[in-house]
Write a protein that binds this ligand. Structure first.
Ligand code: SF4
Length: 353
């Protein structure tokens, strides 16, 4: 097991280097308001012509989320995006997010065309959990129920007993613990540690991490809280334990938005990707939101509360989505069928809550 875990850590270092190289090359898109509007109009027209609907993740740029809403599409977390796409009558789904979200949409909706602005948009949790190493890890622990996070490839999902999202992870672990089952958790070690602590379940976890959430720093948050003592801290459970310990509320993206709306507080320090500010401000326009600090003095954070892969979903890429080629999601049918089982298990469980 140790060998596999250290391989995962090596992967994380490689991923950090890839992100750094990508950010070095990435051009900062500068456009005027008129150019942004022209692009949005152009995309809206093409969506209509192609009988397509745009579903966007909370972490995409504000203009992408606005476009999804203005054109009858949807903005949400990965599972709700896939569910919306499945139930919408459009023939084509345009998924603005990262690759595993396109795959989940395709698994739930095999008869629709699923396109993404670029297939290069991935996730450190997904690429940090390659199927061959993960399969070996599972084989070493045949007595454990395999629970994987939605941020994984179709192949890893197909190897699992359960798929969970951050909104339901704790309830599933509590449920399995009550059944006396021991859990093998992948890929996020912070979410795994949080669920283990909160549920008391017997969990061993894969050593993956989100390069965005891992950067939040408890010390910086406490400094900010000293300046704003009335602010509540809202944190995503992919954040490190030191951050979760000082959080007032811990939850998925959707739960963070709900907490901001229902809380009596009027100021919040938010530990998740800053793309969520579009929806936070829309849901609670009179409240103040501050991004949680990501680095101490002198540190060099390269993906500060801003996922570099989510940022690839630019309007320019969306405007080319029908012409570019090679950006359609395919999941091999037998694999999709196997991956569907743990996904359906989660959906059925959720329906009982
Ligand atoms: S924010 Fe983190 S978990 Fe989400 S897609 Fe980016 S790297 Fe993956």
């Amino acid at each position: 097991m140790v060998g596999i875990l250290s391989l995962a850590s090596d992967n994380l270092e490689r991923i950090r280097q890839q992100v750094s190289d990508h950010l070095d090359k990435a051009e900062q898109v500068q456009r005027s308001e008129q150019q942004t509007q022209a692009l949005m109009d152009s995309i809206a027209k093409k969506l209509k012509q192609e009988d397509a609907v745009l579903v966007a993740h909370y972490y995409t740029a504000p203009e992408v989320q606005a476009l999804a809403e203005q054109t009858g599409g949807f903005v949400s977390d990965s599972l709700e995006m896939a569910r919306f796409g499945r139930d919408h009558p459009a023939k084509t789904l345009i998924v603005a997010g990262v690759k595993f979200m396109g795959e989940t949409a395709k698994i739930l909706t095999p008869n629709k065309r699923v396109l993404m602005p670029t297939l290069e948009a991935t996730c450190s949790l997904d690429i940090g959990c390659p199927i061959d190493q993960f399969d070996a890890f599972c084989n070493e622990h045949p007595d454990r129920t395999v629970v994987v996070y939605a941020n994984t490839s179709a192949a890893v999902k197909a190897r699992a007993d359960w798929v969970v999202t951050s909104s339901i992870a704790l309830q599933v672990a509590e449920h399995l613990n009550q059944q006396g089952e021991k859990i093998l958790w992948a890929p996020d070690r912070h979410l795994g540690a949080y669920v283990k602590k909160a549920s008391g379940a017997d969990i061993i976890a894969w050593d993956g991490a989100c390069i965005v959430h891992e950067e939040f720093k408890a010390r910086g948050i406490l400094d900010l809280k000293r300046a704003h003592p009335d602010a509540e801290v809202l944190a995503h459970p992919e954040s490190p334990d030191s951050v979760l310990e000082i959080a007032d509320q811990i939850g998925s993206t959707t739960q963070i938005i709900q907490a901001a709306v229902s809380s009596k507080a009027s100021k919040f320090i938010v530990a998740t990707d800053q793309g969520i500010f579009y929806k936070l401000q829309q849901a609670a326009p009179d409240k103040i939101f501050m991004i949680a600090p990501t680095a101490g003095n002198g540190a060099t954070c390269r993906s500060c509360a801003n996922c570099p892969w989510m940022a690839m979903n630019e309007l320019e890429a969306l405007d080319r989505v029908f012409e570019v080629g090679g950006n359609e999601i395919f999941v091999e049918p037998a694999l999709a069928e196997r991956a569907m089982l743990p996904l359906e298990r989660m959906l059925s469980f959720k329906a009982t809550l």
